[in-house]
Design a protein around this ligand. Structure first.
Ligand SMILES: O=C(O)CCC(=O)C(=O)O
Length: 275
């Protein structure tokens, strides 16, 4: 097992302590502007059809829709067919940080690309491990800003110090502002903290941390992001939607399928939300 030490090169002691206490950590400028531009342009070309996707996906938008999210839906698991997305999922800078904060070898479970155009709804407060069902321990999210991400354009908020809050059965969200109907209300005394991120800034947060975003109120600014999920190698099971799981070399890792019905006591379909 990888032990946290103050001499660890991936993170300094203050960052490690911050993650332990708050449940999240922002690493500024982890990805360079030219890298971010390349990923953004790749997805722009896929979305406008100028670069054909090697595999059909759930992400092909409906150009006639009035809902901005229907025109530009989330791209789910692009690393399964896009080599650039796979490189980002397996990026050694991310994995070095994950090794420190997980105190274990990471296993990659998911990638997503969000376009979040002007006018798009957000995603109400939720906990990612409700969907991934990683056990024991929790998953971890890596949220990479592709555009400036602010409260105005639907940037992400986290509720600090909720990493030890048990995964809850969600209440019903307001679907006029959220594209899911799941809402996890923070415990008394805990409030969402809006984060301001620049392109390349990378947010790490524990899979039990309550987080979400509001609508993009900007008339011109997109809020694109690339989001990955991982779990510690010591975890023994995960929901079936996330297979195949990958190690740092991109090789498949065996794991059991979670048989838990989750905190609501019923099985549910992860594909609609996917965290
Ligand atoms: O990026 C967002 O607005 C929400 C993303 C999110 O919370 C998630 O993918 O779990």
């Amino acid at each position: 097992m990888h032990r946290l030490t103050t001499g660890d090169p991936a993170l300094d002691h203050a960052q490690i302590e911050f993650f332990r206490q708050q449940g999240y950590l922002v690493c500024r400028g982890l990805f360079q502007p030219d890298e971010v531009d390349a990923l953004r342009q790749r997805f722009e070309r896929l979305a406008d059809g100028s670069e054909p996707a090697p595999a059909p996906g759930n992400w092909e938008g409906d150009r006639t829709a009035t809902d901005p999210l229907a025109r530009h839906p989330r791209v789910m698991f692009p690393h399964r067919w896009d080599s650039l997305s796979l490189c980002w999922l397996l990026d050694p800078r991310v994995w070095d940080i994950l090794r420190v904060i997980l105190e274990d070898e990471p296993v990659a479970t998911q990638s997503m690309f969000y376009f979040k155009p002007p006018g798009a709804r957000g995603q109400a407060l939720h906990q990612d491990n409700f969907y991934l069902q990683v056990e024991p321990r929790s998953c971890i999210a890596v949220w990479i800003a592709i555009d400036p991400s602010t409260p105005e354009n639907g940037g992400l908020s986290v509720v600090p110090q909720t990493q030890d809050v048990a995964v809850a059965c969600p209440e019903t969200a307001d679907e006029s502002v959220s594209f899911t109907d799941h809402l996890v209300v923070p415990p008394a005394g805990k409030e969402p903290l809006p984060l301001a991120l620049q392109p390349g800034d990378t947010l790490f947060f524990n899979g039990n941390v309550i987080h979400g975003s509001g609508p993009n109120h900007s008339t011109s600014q997109w809020r694109r992001s690339f989001i990955c999920h991982y779990m510690p190698a010591a975890s023994r099971c995960i929901s079936k939607a996330y297979f195949p799981l990958l190690n740092s070399a991109g090789e498949e890792v065996p794991c059991d399928i979670s048989t838990s019905g989750g905190p609501c006591g019923t099985e549910f379909e992860t594909a609609n939300y996917g965290a």
